[in-house]
Design a protein around this ligand. Sequence first.
Ligand code: PDD
Length: 284
Amino acid sequence: MRTVYVNGVYTSEDQAQISIFDRGFLFGDAVYEVTAVMNGMLVDFEAHMDRLERSMAELDMVRGFERPALLTIHKTLIKNNNLQEGLVYLQVTRGAADRDFDFSEMDAAPGLVLFTQAKALDANPLAARGQKIILADDLRWGRSDIKTVQLLYASLMKTRAKRQGADDVWLCRDGKITEGSSNNAYIVTHRNEIITRELSTDILHGITRASVLRLAELHQLKIIERAFSVEELRNAKEAFSTSASGFVNPVVNVDGAVIGDGQPGHIASALRSSYVAASEAAAV
Ligand code: PDD
């Protein structure tokens, strides 16, 4: 049984309680972060907390949390749950109040929930075999840059992918890929250029994306930040995704057609190895 953190209290997961009036539950009025843990240490903690603050500010969630306190909670859960490798999930909700669309008069304290999830991150089978993906229209709201818990569409499409024997879904708007269900999306051209959509309100500004692009630059790879089309994806030499929970995962098949030679690409595999090494070295 895990120890989890709920609104100031460490408790067993089967004892944890939140209000039925919590706006995260009623309105999806909550933001979250998922931080990787390697060797019992947090990967890119500061960057995740920077993004959390940004998500909260964008939604006018004014009452934040002290960062040292958040680090302590993360660390305590890792220790109490003896987590070596996996994830820490953090969710901030606007708080609990009687149901009302208007929150302008609301004076409740924000809600804070954290829990750990054990997961093999380094030895992810997708890294070795490559992912099969399907494509679907991106029907999410227009602020995908804010990491809200409104994940229903991504969840429906991921389920559709699994039911079709694929691993994930990449979303498309106007014939161009935006991002994956819970990851950022990239192609590598036959000229070894890495193309990934530029940062905007269309995609989440991935923490792993930033680290991987930094590493790619160190490896003297050419990076082009622009939207790429479904056709470019089909003709790419390689494709891959990045996220805190998947690191760098090659894509080998799109809607039943192979990408490149149908094997995980060299650039994706090299970036994955450098990312794992750099993350382990910098974890806190
Ligand atoms: N998802 N795009 C979307 C829509 C995401 O949900 C995520 C992360 C990313 C990658 O961001 P990062 O590199 O900071 O993890 C991109 C997390 C892992 C999740 O929802 O579980």
